[in-house]
Design a protein around this ligand. Structure first.
Ligand code: TYD
Ligand code: MG
Length: 461
């Protein structure tokens, strides 16, 4: 008989060890290993005996169209790929306090007003707390079925009915538990088993299931990283503390693209959709200061202008400081190395700070040139003209490479009143200006450095 030996599970990545260790060898997290007695060892080898033959079909056939349900919140509908697919499970992750509960309460209220039957099950807040929030948001009249519950068995019993709701929110997956497991709510085995049960029911009954998951400070979904492959869609809700802007980002979507983002603003009346994020991200920009450059980016299908700010200051320490908000630290190091090695512009004795204004996180390589311009502008104390947008990828030899969707970027810039652009050399030239903007093409980062070195203050590119 198999001994009921206990095992130890990393709460970050789900790796299993036979003894307790302080650091998970798989993901490197510290103090994330917990004892887990809940699941017994899997059976040793199974045979085909008693199994049924499965039916194979051809690839060709008419697939049933996914039935989608629009929430009416455009930013959310865009990120989900055009509405919520019936029978699908969505994980909404984010830091505590970022606004997940607010977003989902607003979403189900809108859906309910549109005639869908919606259930909001909170394991974190009492019914009255949720009611209070609904009142504050002016949504108390929406026909949302509200409950406070944590037992998955109870939740399943209530939802496994012929009149099951169309949309169900579980807030949060870390607070619900299965009574068949010994481990505490929020542990990997609880989170995984509870989610599996709920998702199975959602598929069977055809309702949309939202699971809320909290993220640890390292930026991972606590425990439920193991959930990411179980659900159909993973959405992250992010934003900087102290900033009202919130970005909803799809990192996985079986029913749509994953590069779309939704932009919201947190107000005292809840989350408001931001239809024109560029205008918002540029709203606080001050003209004619050095170290600031406007990047014409694209998030998913939507062009988005953001201000990149850099500060290059003499360092008082042996090891200069480098700090980045909203961009990749490694990418900054690379840019500094390219400036040094290929353009003779060394910033190695300086502290360097880079900030993407407004709390947006940029992952596009197309931001390289704009970041370089911001750095050079600060280093030479020469402002980038306030009607100039910049985009382009920079390679390791300093060459400026073309990026996608040039037209869309320039169009957005023109819409917001920018008249000039600094862009990579184009392979195919459109005669005349692009979208009413006269683009200035650049082939190598050296050329940009030269512009800043030679031009008079206030008048580069
Ligand atoms: P919440 O949705 O509870 O966050 P989460 O579920 O991700 O933990 O959001 C809480 C924060 O949002 C809280 O700090 C207050 C703020 N908030 C507003 O600013 N305006 C509002 O209308 C609401 C409901 C919340
Ligand atoms: Mg919450």
């Amino acid at each position: 008989m198999a001994k009921d030996s206990s095992r130890f599970v990393c709460q970050e990545c789900g790796a299993i060890t036979s003894k307790w260790v302080g650091k998970c060898e798989t993901c490197g997290a510290w103090n994330s290993i917990l004892e887990d007695k809940a699941e017994s060892a899997p059976p040793k080898g199974i045979t085909a005996k008693g199994g049924k033959r499965i039916d194979f079909v051809d690839l060709e056939g008419t697939p049933e169209n996914f039935r989608r349900r629009l929430t009416g919140i455009n930013e959310l509908d865009r990120v989900t790929g055009g509405g919520l697919v019936q029978g699908s499970a969505l994980l909404v992750g984010g830091d505590p306090g970022i606004g997940k509960s607010t977003l989902l309460l607003q979403a189900v209220a809108r859906l309910a007003m549109g005639g869908a039957s919606c259930a909001y099950i909170s394991g974190e807040e009492a019914v009255d707390q949720v009611r209070l929030r609904a009142q504050r948001l002016g949504l108390e009249k929406a026909k949302v079925q509200l409950a406070s519950a944590t037992s998955v068995r109870d939740i399943l019993a209530s939802l496994d009915q012929n009149d099951a709701p169309d949309v169900v929110v579980i807030d949060s997956i870390q607070t619900v538990y299965l009574d068949t497991l010994d481990s505490a709510p929020g542990t990997v085995s609880q989170v995984r088993s509870a989610a599996a049960e709920l998702i199975r029911l959602a598929k069977r009954r055809g309702f949309v299931l939202f699971l809320v998951g909290h993220v640890t400070k390292e930026g991972q979904l606590a425990g439920p990283r193991v959930l990411e492959h179980m659900v159909d869609t993973v959405l992250y809700f992010e934003g900087e503390r102290g900033h009202p802007y919130r970005i909803l980002r799809a990192v996985k979507n079986r029913f749509g693209a994953t590069d779309e983002i939704g932009v919201f603003e947190m107000t005292d009346k809840g989350l408001m959709e931001v239809e024109n994020p560029s205008a918002l991200f540029l709203a606080e920009r001050r003209g004619n200061v050095s170290g600031s450059c406007v990047f014409a980016g694209v998030e998913g299908t939507r062009p988005m202008l953001v201000e990149i700010q850099a500060l290059v200051a003499p360092s008082g320490q042996g090891t200069p400081r480098r700090a980045v908000v909203g961009w990749d630290t490694g990418r900054l190091s690379m840019m500094l190395a390219v400036l040094d090695a290929r353009c003779g512009m060394s910033l190695s004795g300086n502290d360097v700070y880079l900030n993407v204004a407004g709390g947006l996180k940029i992952t596009e390589p197309a931001a390289d040139l704009a970041c370089a311009a911001a750095l050079l502008s600060s280093a030479t104390d020469r402002p980038v003209p306030s009607d100039l947008v910049v985009f382009g990828e920079v390679g390791l030899s300093g060459e400026v490479r073309p990026v996608g969707q040039e037209e869309a970027r320039l169009k957005e810039a023109a819409k917001l009143g920018f008249g000039r652009a600094l862009i990579p050399r184009r392979r195919r030239k459109t005669p005349g200006g692009l979208q009413g903007i006269s683009p200035n093409e650049i082939g190598h980062l050296e050329d940009l450095v030269a512009i800043f070195r030679t031009s008079k203050a206030g008048a580069p590119p």
